[in-house]
Design a protein around this ligand. Structure first.
Ligand code: PLP
Length: 389
């Protein structure tokens, strides 16, 4: 579906774009959803006579094209790209933008898989990196190397401490040294935060999380608003081949359509739970960007529509008590990942962040992380009450 056919979406609201962008009802059948094009190749009308540009499904597949159009539209970009996973998107992006000898600034509390990719895979290939406290603009100004830094990588809010980075401030610093600002927007989702509008050059998603939203598919995405950047990423997406398959693209696209209503409820429930935890005697610090006590609250209020569905907290009685909360919860499922309809609880120190134990990135061992889902909030609060009891 070319974008010219979708002029009625110019200026349309977020929800309208999420539901209609990327696909118009099929002209032959009227199907309102994109078919799952389970095909690797396409019949040519004479040599090189492609119908709609489709030649081979690594290069393009109509189910993926529909998702990519919708992703671009919800992030306020011009081009979207769908990948097999968030990390596949990141790897493709780094190789599109960087070459051996270049330098990258990465959050010192980056998603563990991102840090491992940069530190163990990309570094071997000859790209240098400096971890920096990206939620502190001054620390990034110190970490960039004019002429060598090609990318400043940000994540906001971060995992699991929910640090908030000033996207517009980082864009200024990156651009001043000729670098690009990449923002991993997974935790906020495009509904709550629009990094391209704030000056970022590339948005990254693990669509496995809020965009897909149902814990039933792994995927990743890149969105840009610059034609030259888009051309480079398109080349590498095809040359490296880590694309989303048509079944995965379909599921991710189906999830995206309800992102706005899901995020509103994720935020409602998370706010209620943050309030509940704040007044609970067994709980120490509650970490949620929506709380005025959070150091990133003002920045988050400026650049996010609301404050998201992730809440972390420290259990006063320490590590064993924190583990007990995780294991006693019934409505909250003990598990990694986030952003699905079901609430999840985890112990970052022993689960998602076990690999950074003993480093500067180590998280407190009395920390519990919640991905607040869409169940009845009274049931979620009652569950935490009994788990803390
Ligand atoms: C999960 C996640 C990733 C990696 O995505 P996958 O789909 O698991 O490859 C990257 N960034 C953030 C913030 C994540 O939460």
């Amino acid at each position: 579906m070319s974008s010219q056919e979708q002029e009625h979406l110019n200026g349309a609201g977020f929800e309208t774009r999420a539901i209609h962008a990327g696909y118009d009802p099929d002209p032959t059948t009227g199907a309102v959803n994109p078919p799952i094009y389970a095909t690797s190749t396409y019949k040519q009308d004479g040599v090189g006579g492609l119908r709609g540009g489709y030649e081979y499904s690594r290069s393009a597949n109509p189910t993926r094209t529909a998702l990519e159009g919708a992703l671009a539209a919800v992030e306020g970009g011009t081009h979207g790209f769908a990948f097999a996973s968030g990390l596949a998107a990141e790897d493709t992006l780094i190789r599109s933008l960087m070459k051996p000898g270049d330098h990258l600034v990465i959050p010192d509390d980056a998603y563990g898989g991102t840090f491992r990719l940069v530190d163990k895979v990309v570094a071997v290939w000859g790209v240098e990196h400096s971890p920096a406290a990206v939620h502190d603009v001054a620390a990034v100004a110190e970490a960039v190397r004019p002429g060598q830094t090609r990318v400043v990588w940000a994540e906001t809010p971060t995992n699991p401490l929910l640090n908030v980075a000033d996207i517009a401030g980082l864009a200024e610093i990156a651009h001043a040294v000729g670098a690009l600002l990449v923002v991993d927007n997974t935790f906020a989702s495009p509904y709550l935060q629009q990094p391209l509008e704030l000056g970022a050059d590339v948005v990254v998603h693990s669509t496995t999380k809020y965009v897909g939203g149902h814990s039933d598919v792994v995927g990743g995405a890149l969105v840009v608003k610059d034609a030259e950047l888009a051309e480079r990423i398109a080349f590498h997406q095809n040359a490296m081949g880590a694309v989303a398959g048509p079944f995965d693209a379909f599921l991710t696209h189906r999830g995206l359509k309800t992102l706005a209503v899901r995020m509103e409820r994720h935020c409602d429930n998370a706010e209620r739970i943050a309030d509940f935890l704040t007044s609970h005697p067994a709980v120490g610090e509650v970490i949620y960007p929506g709380l005025e006590t959070h150091p990133g609250h003002a920045t988050a209020a400026r650049q996010m529509r609301r404050f998201g569905g992730m809440v972390s907290f420290r259990v006063t009685a320490g590590r064993e008590a924190a583990l007990r909360v995780c294991e006693r919860a019934r409505v909250f499922t003990l598990g990694e990942s986030l952003g699905g309809v079901e609430s999840l609880v985890e112990h970052p120190g022993l689960m998602t962040h076990a690999s950074v134990a003993g480093t500067d990135l180590e998280v407190p061992d009395d920390l519990v992380r919640l991905s607040v889902g869409l169940e009845s909030v009274e049931d979620l609060i009652a569950d935490l009450e009994q788990a803390l009891g």
